[in-house]
Design a protein around this ligand. Structure first.
Ligand code: HDD
Length: 758
């Protein structure tokens, strides 16, 4: 069935597979209204029944030119209730009023009990075929292309919570394979808080807001969370990852993803292999710094959601490679002494390299948030032939939970019929009836065996690509509520992670623990957590204790000796800069030809330039503070340009790097500017620009400038010659150096731990 989508100026459907990606451009550039969708057009092309020609009824969520009731009756008015006279009482018989309000009353469905806040995108997965050696899964065969839908999320916050809180991020992928749905429901952290699903309600109750006042929202910095994780030390590893930069990703686009559990792959001959799944972002693994994350929560609570949608709309399609770590399927299920069934343990990549098996490209935004992002239903039990589960006790509980939760959340058992959840493979189940049944099933015999429907549908064995569970031997053992002895070590891998981080990353971990525990009221919880930290590393414990003003305890047991895994650090690597955002601060007297060419060079590099001017455009009337001049020149000659941000709307946190084109004088709306001369504002530079520069400097962002930029930097107390601060005569040369620095994500040397870095 043909879908209807708005087309861009070239006639291509933005972001749809098969259509040419539009060039990278500022996605929030002012634009006219989008062309109407096929089912929203005016009356001309419509048939007398109100349906557009050539489009089937099923393809349309809405059809015809006229507003109707849900029963299809056309309406003359939807603004006034039916009344006995204009001033009279509203009449109960107003069917349209009752239908409209009743539907509205039921517009919300229960939000997800965890991972309520999320954003998603459509895409395509192209298999390299390299996994063909270990699995018969058709979508992992060479060259196979599979449509996907990926939803990213935070765990703790409710649906309207802010994006950049410190939390684990969900990374759930639905593969619409030719053999049915495969869901890889992972996180951006490779380990989990608990080893057994029976503890899931405990960790979630502890992390969610306090039950009496329902605060704090979407935070782990509170007593119940730290109470639980300090008593339940198997959570130590995951908590340490949360306190690291991984807990505050820069973007969904710059997160790794992990399947966490060990899965079992099966090849065509029935041979099995154990694997762990990894998503590796092409854009690199980058994080925010804590102050930045906190500011964003106020300045732009939709920061991650917006970033994902803007990137896709601009044609900078986010990409990840899917990879597997491969282990022999031995009866012990151990690799180098690491228990592969323990979801609180990683296998360092240095011991088992991640082997790439395919490429994921997200290339289309959802058309409707509710229908797609909200109603998508993932399940770790959605498997295809060639992929099976292991006996990881956390995974076992998940296999129960996901189906169960959708029945409440989506109002019954027929949620697989929702368009976003519908398999692309042919479905012929014998599931019937139930709430919201939308299929009109035929046949008289929804049971097997039958003769009335000629025995249909038939069974498929392994040869016919039926799903056959691996006949794994089940050990004969007493029935117990116990964990294996190999699950008992809770501190070796946290120490491994800690020692794998660079000094600046460790500094961030220390600051995060100090912040979070500083928000805890109960002294006993802080002290207990310090004891946990002592078991990881004395420096970590002592530094956090110093920040809290408490004595640092000694480790109760000898510190394990570990081999660090450099792959776990985010610092010290070079990454592509495509899709990164560079702000260009302009002002009165800026050389606008340079601004134009620098902007173009940023676009040519696949990055997003945002011009920041004293006020918005387009110019009309009298110029104030030279704004008119800026915009006139920007719009003059060639492609029209406008300022996408003003000194009032811009904040440093939106940019990965800043360029200063001249000395930006105070805008007309700077604090008190209408009543005061520039000098009264503390200088000739707009105070909001000074704030932006000071923040960008503190957050380790590259800063460049030319012309009068030196004055702005000096007033922002940024030392000349500081690392990552570049002043030059030529904008293009400054940009080249800024982009080089951006490849390292931040100017790490600016952080206090820098001395230890070298
Ligand atoms: Fe879960 C949602 C990831 C353990 C029970 N989980 C959910 C989502 C992600 C994960 C990404 C959001 C899916 C979406 O976007 O719709 N969960 C994980 C990972 C886990 C994990 C990586 C450990 C390795 N989860 C886990 C356990 C249980 C659950 C142990 C219960 C025993 N998870 C759920 C749930 C959710 C869910 C209650 C809420 C909404 C949903 O399923 O659809 O069933």
């Amino acid at each position: 069935m043909e879908e209807s989508h708005p087309t861009n100026a070239t006639g291509a459907i933005p972001g749809r597979p098969g259509s040419e990606p539009p060039p990278v451009a500022e996605p929030t550039e002012p634009r006219g209204p989008l062309p109407p969708k096929q089912d929203q057009r005016g009356p001309e092309p419509f048939t007398p029944t109100g349906q557009p020609d050539g489009v089937s009824q099923e393809a349309l969520a809405q059809g015809g030119a006229y507003l109707t009731t849900a029963q299809g009756t056309r309406l003359p008015d939807s603004d006034h209730s039916l009344k006995a006279g204009p001033r009279g009482p509203v009449l109960l018989r107003d069917q349209h009023l009752r239908e409209k309000i009743t539907h509205f009353d039921h517009e919300r469905i229960p939000e997800r009990v965890v991972h309520a806040r999320g954003a998603a995108a459509h895409g395509i997965f192209r298999s390299y075929g390299t996994a063909g050696k270990v699995t018969k899964a058709a979508f992992l065969a060479e060259g196979a292309e599979t449509p996907v839908f990926v939803r990213f999320s935070t765990v703790l916050g409710s649906r309207g919570s802010a994006d950049t809180v410190r939390d684990t991020r969900g990374f759930a992928t639905k593969f619409y394979t030719s053999e049915g749905i495969f869901d890889l429901v992972g996180n951006n952290i490779p380990v989990f808080f608990i080893q057994d699903a029976i503890k899931f309600p405990d960790i979630i109750h502890a992390g969610k807001p306090h039950p009496d006042r329902e605060i704090p929202q979407a935070q782990s910095a509170h007593d119940t969370f730290w109470d639980f994780v300090s008593l339940h030390t198997e959570a130590t590893h995951h908590t340490l990852w949360n306190m690291s930069d991984r807990g505050i990703p820069r973007s969904f686009r710059t997160m790794e993803g992990f399947g966490v559990h060990t899965f079992r792959l099966v090849d065509a001959a029935g041979a099995t292999t154990l694997v762990k799944f990894h998503w590796k972002p092409k854009a690199g693994v980058h994080s925010l710094v804590w102050e930045e994350a906190q500011l964003i929560n106020g300045v732009d609570p939709d920061f991650h959601r917006r970033d994902l949608a803007d990137a896709i709309e601009a044609g900078a399609f986010p990409q990840w490679e899917l990879g597997i770590q491969v282990f022999p399927d031995t009866p012990e299920q151990l690799f180098e002494g690491i228990d592969l069934l323990d979801p609180t343990k990683i296998v360092p990549e240095e011991l088992a390299p991640v082997q790439p098996i395919g490429l994921l490209t997200l290339n289309a935004n959802p058309s409707n948030f509710f229908a797609e992002t909200e109603q998508v239903a993932f399940h770790v039990g959605n498997l295809v032939p060639g992929i099976d589960v292991t006996d990881d006790p956390l995974l076992a509980g998940r296999l129960f939970s996901y189906l169960d939760t959708q029945i409440t959340r989506l109002g019954g058992p027929n949620f697989t019929q929702l368009p976003i959840n519908r398999p692309h493979a042919v479905v012929n189940d014998m599931l019937r009836d139930g709430m919201h049944q939308t299929a009109v099933h035929s046949g008289a015999a929804p049971y097997k065996p039958n003769s009335l429907d000629g025995g249909c549908p038939f069974f498929a064995d392994g040869q016919e690509r039926g799903y056959v569970e691996v006949p794994v031997e089940v050990a004969s053992a007493p029935r117990v509520r116990e964990a294996p002895a190999t699950f008992a070590d809770h501190f070796t891998q946290p120490r491994l992670f800690w020692l794998s981080l660079t000094p600046v990353e460790r500094e961030h971990v220390i600051a995060a623990y100090t912040f979070e525990l500083g928000k805890v009221y109960e002294q006993a919880i802080k002290e207990r957590t310090l004891q946990v930290l002592a078991e990881i590393d004395p420096v970590l414990c002592e530094q956090v204790a110093a920040g809290l003003g408490l004595p640092a305890p000694k480790a109760a047991q000898p510190l394990p000796s570990v081999q660090p895994s450099p792959a776990l650090s985010q610092v010290g690597k070079e990454w592509p800069t495509a899709g990164r955002v560079i702000g260009i601060i302009t002002g009165d007297g800026a050389d606008l030809e340079t601004v134009k060419s620098v902007r173009q060079a940023i676009l040519d590099g696949g990055m997003v330039p945002l011009i920041i001017a004293p006020t918005g455009g387009p110019p009309d009337g009298e110029s104030r503070n030279g704004v008119r001049g800026v915009l006139d020149a920007l719009t003059g000659g060639g492609e029209p340009l406008v300022a996408q941000r003003t000194f009032a709307t811009a904040r440093s946190v939106e940019f990965d790097a800043l360029l200063v084109a001249g000395a930006p004088a105070p805008g007309a709306d700077a604090y008190g500017a209408r009543d005061a001369k520039a000098g009264d504002l503390g200088g000739a530079i707009d105070p909001r620009v000074l704030l932006m520069l000071a923040e960008a400097y503190r957050h380790g962002k590259p800063i460049g400038g030319w012309d009068g930029a030196m004055e702005a930097l000096a007033l922002a107390a940024i030392p000349t010659g500081a690392p990552g601060v570049l002043l030059g005569d030529r904008g293009d040369e400054v940009l080249t150096e800024i982009v080089r620095l951006l490849g390292r994500h931040r100017v790490w040397e600016r952080f206090p731990a820098a001395a230890a870095l070298s």
